[in-house]
Design a protein around this ligand. Structure first.
Ligand SMILES: Nc1nc2c(ncn2[C@@H]2O[C@H](COP(=O)(O)OP(=O)(O)O)[C@@H](O)[C@H]2O)c(=O)[nH]1
Ligand SMILES: [Mg+2]
Length: 258
């Protein structure tokens, strides 16, 4: 049976500059898609008919929440698409995604970065994968081996390689890109996994995949388009390195029971 509803969770921390253009891009894509579906264009119906966009404002100190609340008529979501806002105390990306995933009630729940580094036309790829899987992990590595992360600055690619060396202790096998910010779940898998998620730093993706594998979910690795966007919220300070190392170390300890 085709799913009838989809929630797209967008964590947002001080995104007043990037979120407006991102929402315009997302709404534009959904509007064109809706029109194509109404005209009966083949293949246009791959997204569920009910769509909710849930912005989780991670305790921003700028105008992120105000921007979502006060969008002018011309910048409202297309018909049939709901735009909702959840404001949580600042807790990091993992905490913001967790709050959104647990608040969402749609049959399929996806999270994506607020900068639309993954363009919205990639959504049907996750939705298709979720027809036969419980978890769909976007991957910036293409089937021919090309790596979309090459658009990142050099220092981020280096940090990424060091991170992956640490993460691969807990997440092995086919998941080579744990950190892609574009992942989808059935509601049952999302609620089960995020109820158990404890890590709130950027390591939460590794914990999530570790849990999904341990709990026996059917996992798809889905190659997607991606390009580095300026204005990253990641603050590569020494304290972050310590936090990342500590969180990677403690993942299996957190879940040794159950
Ligand atoms: N880095 C970071 N991102 C957060 C936080 N809370 C929410 N986010 C959101 O998580 C996503 C991370 O994307 P971004 O900053 O572009 O990270 P990058 O592309 O990996 O450098 C964005 O949607 C952020 O707004 C936080 O505390 N830190
Ligand atoms: Mg980004």
């Amino acid at each position: 049976m085709l799913p009838t509803s989809l929630t797209i969770v967008l964590p947002a921390y001080n995104e007043e500059d990037r979120l407006g253009p991102s929402l315009d891009e997302l709404f534009g894509y959904l509007r064109r898609r809706g029109e194509a579906a109404r005209e009966g264009a083949i293949g246009a119906a791959a997204l569920p008919p009910e769509i909710q966009i849930l912005i989780v404002d991670d305790g921003s100190t700028d105008g992120t929440a105000a921007l979502v609340r006060a969008r002018p008529e011309s910048a409202r979501p297309p018909p049939g698409i709901k735009l909702d806002l959840l404001v949580v105390p600042h807790g990091g990306k993992g905490a913001a995604v967790r709050a959104g995933m647990l608040a969402a009630a749609s049959e399929l729940i996806v999270f994506a970065d607020a900068d639309m580094a993954t363009p919205p036309d990639q959504l049907p790829k996750l939705v298709d994968a979720l027809a036969v899987h419980d978890v769909a992990l976007g991957s910036r590595i293409q089937p021919d081996g090309r790596d979309m992360r090459r658009t990142q600055p050099g220092y981020r690619r280096l940090l990424g390689r060091v991170f992956h060396a640490g993460a691969s202790i807990w997440v092995v096998g086919p998941v080579k890109d744990t950190q892609c910010g574009f992942k989808g779940f059935t509601r049952a898998a999302a609620h089960d996994l995020f109820e158990r998620q404890m890590v709130t730093s950027i390591v939460f993706d590794v914990e999530l995949i570790h849990l999904a594998r341990r709990r026996g979910y059917r996992i798809a690795v889905v190659p997607i388009q991606w390009s580095d966007k300026r204005g990253s919220r990641m603050n590569a300070r020494p304290g972050l390195a310590v936090r990342v190392a500590w969180d990677l170390f403690r993942i299996p300890l957190l879940h040794r029971r159950g």
